[in-house]
Design a protein around this ligand. Structure first.
Ligand code: IMP
Length: 234
């Protein structure tokens, strides 16, 4: 059974992270008056999706496709949005990359904490002078939109990159994950030394989101779906 009114387009965020939902909702709702943005938990959906690919693109697409397959009957016009992020260190041949969340080796399949991962990274880089690194986020969208020809399906990915360096020790208190050891080249501060607003204004994730917003607008425009003329990034 479908749950949508008229041509409403349900945008479903494939994340349980409430900070990401708070950041994404206004940006997406600003794109079109037809958009209704929901996180999985708000739809009463609990699902484990295995991230079995070896690239960020692959894993982001796995998540977007899985949510689309699960919910497209319930929401005939919908867009599933998923993201995947990795820290890529040049001297470690791109590690931890797609394995950033589970980098530190742990006993008995335990999940490492952010601190375990940071400590492991600093340990692996002991004595290494080339500290160059970058954060990369990939956003994947899979959707089905109303069009003159009926139901139009599309799939796209966008990415955001921020170049930086791994510090020799943690600096700053804000943020999460590898923020205390990731120094942004263009600013000369670690992410943890920035306020949330400053980090969000320039982060890898926000760059990827900005591109996703542009790509979505183009897709809607192409299919004569109404757009608002305001943009939260302006
Ligand atoms: P996810 O794909 O957003 O779940 O990110 C995977 C892992 O990358 C997280 O568990 C964090 O360790 C790390 N990570 C992702 N985004 C950030 C960030 O903005 N700052 C620091 N670490 C991050």
């Amino acid at each position: 059974m479908t749950e949508t009114a008229n041509n409403e387009i349900t945008v479903i965020l494939a994340t349980g992270n409430r900070d990401k939902v708070r950041e994404l909702r206004p940006l997406l709702e600003n794109i079109s008056p037809l958009f209704r943005v929901s996180a999985l938990h708000e739809l009463g959906v609990e699902v484990e999706i295995e991230e079995s690919e070896v690239t960020l693109e692959g894993n982001a697409l796995i998540k977007a496709r899985a949510i689309f397959a699960l919910l497209s009957e319930r929401f005939p016009f919908m867009i599933a949005l998923a993201d995947d992020t990795g820290l890529e260190v040049e001297s470690l041949e791109g590690a931890p990359g797609v394995y950033s969340a589970r980098y530190a080796p742990m006993p008995d399949g335990e999940s490492p904490t952010y601190k375990d991962n940071v400590d492991h990274l600093l340990h692996c880089m002991n004595g290494i002078t080339n500290r160059a690194a970058r954060f990369r986020t990939v956003i994947a969208l899979k959707g089905s939109l109303p069009s003159a020809q009926g139901n139009l399906q599309f799939e796209l990915t966008t990415y955001g990159i921020v170049e930086g360096m791994i510090t020799f020790e943690p600096k700053g208190d804000a943020g999460f994950g590898y923020d205390p050891v990731f120094m942004v080249d263009s600013i000369g501060k670690t992410y943890s030394e920035m306020s949330t607003a400053e980090k969000n204004s320039l982060s890898h994730r926000s760059l990827a989101i900005q591109k996703a917003v542009v790509a979505l607008k183009e897709t809607l425009e192409h299919n004569n779906i109404p757009l608002t003329d305001t943009n939260a990034y302006q």
